[in-house]
Write a protein that binds this ligand. Sequence first.
Ligand code: DGL
Length: 265
Amino acid sequence: MTANELPIGVFDSGVGGLTVAAALLEHLPAESILYLGDTARLPYGTKSPETVARYTRRNLDFLLGRGVKAVVVACNTASALALDRIEASVPVWGVVEPGASAAARVARGPIGVLATESTIRSGAYEAAIRRRRGDLEVIPQACPLFVPLVEEGWADDPITEEIARRYLEPLLDRGAEALVLGCTHYPVLKPVLQRVAGDAVSLVDSAETVAALVAVELAAAGLLRVTAPGGPRVELCVTDAGERFQRIADQILRDGAPPLEWVEV
Ligand code: DGL
């Protein structure tokens, strides 16, 4: 197999990063993906930078060991806390910088950032947006209940709407015109978040921007795959049993999810 034919490695703490994998599959129709969901160690969003960096390093080593030509860190917490601490022999992209670029492009007024506690505490989104648009107010909001609600499959439940209202109201009261979905699980909540925020507020999902960036940079590195593989385009690995993972993955991936492989990292 040539380097170009190797899959793109993608990892997240759980199932949410599949929203990024789905965007990659859409933008890069010839590529295949090796996805790792570190379900045994989820959540990352409440953990220290040191711990998240250690998990990130292990995930990266696992993917490199299986043979990937590039890696997308499809976890906002790992991108915010660990990306600048790791080195790799292949291109590695996080989701925070592309998310901040997308937000800076669409926003005209205050930008709300919705993310896990650790991502908010790191200030990574605020810094990345301010570097691009120093004129805009950035309002951070940790939303710790969103991940368990998505994992539970309650994206469309009245309880989720009520909780979203509690998290979003302070941002909307301060005039937020765009909301960055700064956690890979949150795109699953888009319908409820849009309902609560209203149509005038833009929801910024970094998945599309990440996919576009990966397409450009893979091409520049001469690593694009030209012909799609004959078989399945996605392999899914998890570090803990994944009944729930399988169910949600089936909803996120357009062609449904393949069977899961249980791995140790
Ligand atoms: N994947 C994480 C993120 O994007 C959210 C889930 C977790 O806390 O591990 O921040």
